[in-house]
Design a protein around this ligand. Structure first.
Ligand code: 5RP
Length: 224
């Protein structure tokens, strides 16, 4: 199977999970990226069975609306029953690195505001130790150099993501070759640097369920 076929398979598996949770008045959280895009396309098939969605990026908002799915502001809705999103890396505790597409802050907010977080990923994303994929850190623009110096003190090698501005008007520093032994501690440590909006470690709020696309089928995995 190609990687896209694996992504499509996990998107369809996520749709089945979502069907178990939603009702006519449900508003669900929808993530960002190529795997999430397959989920959005699948979700369109059942758009009359729920009220609408909260989008984790402008790109996702546009794709949802193109399918005729209502998009709501998170401030106007309560706790979301379910959030479905991809990941760049996921470990056995269902801690994740996210934000390859730069949508980490809105993704983290929606994850925090959701009862159930379903991560959809192909098997290339499964790792034992997070940090081979560059860890994104969203930073207020005027704090970029200061934050980079503080990240170097943590042993990281921050690289400014050129020509990229987040949906929130901020910049991204990517931390290359930064193996993360203690994701819970590192998530908090990086977030404590003044000028950091958030970082792409999702350990404080991990996924509740991982749907992993493998060549022999989709595996449903909960945290060890
Ligand atoms: C975007 C993300 C995505 O979930 C992550 O980058 C995975 O993307 P893809 O499904 O395209 O591999 O965090 O900010």
């Amino acid at each position: 199977m190609t990687q896209d076929e694996l992504k499509k398979a996990v998107a369809e598996a996520a749709l089945e999970e979502v069907k178990k949770i939603i009702s006519k008045d449900s508003i669900i959280g929808v993530g960002t990226g190529s795997t999430a895009n397959f989920f959005i396309d699948a979700l369109a098939e059942i758009k009359l069975d729920f009220d609408g969605a909260v989008a984790s990026s402008e790109a996702t908002r546009e794709r949802l609306q193109a399918h005729g799915i209502n998009v709501y502001d998170l401030n106007g809705v309560g706790t979301l029953p379910v959030y479905v999103d991809g990941a760049d890396e996921v470990n056995p505790h269902l801690h994740m690195v996210k934000g390859g597409g730069g949508a980490l802050t809105r993704e983290k907010i929606i994850g925090a505001a959701s009862t159930k977080f379903i991560c959809i990923a192909d098997e290339s994303k499964q790792v034992d130790i997070l940090g081979t994929f560059p860890l994104p850190v969203e930073v207020i623009p005027m704090a970029r150099s200061y934050v980079a110096r503080e990240l170097v003190k943590l042993g990281a090698n921050p690289v400014y993501r050129e020509d990229f501005v987040t949906d929130n008007g901020n910049v991204i520093l990517d931390l290359y070759n930064f193996p993360i032994d203690d994701p819970l501690a590192m998530e908090q440590r990086i977030n404590n640097i003044t000028g950091v909006v958030t970082n792409g470690l999702f350990a404080l709020r991990p996924a509740d369920l991982l749907l992993l696309g493998c060549s022999d089928g989709v595996k449903s995995i909960t945290a060890v």
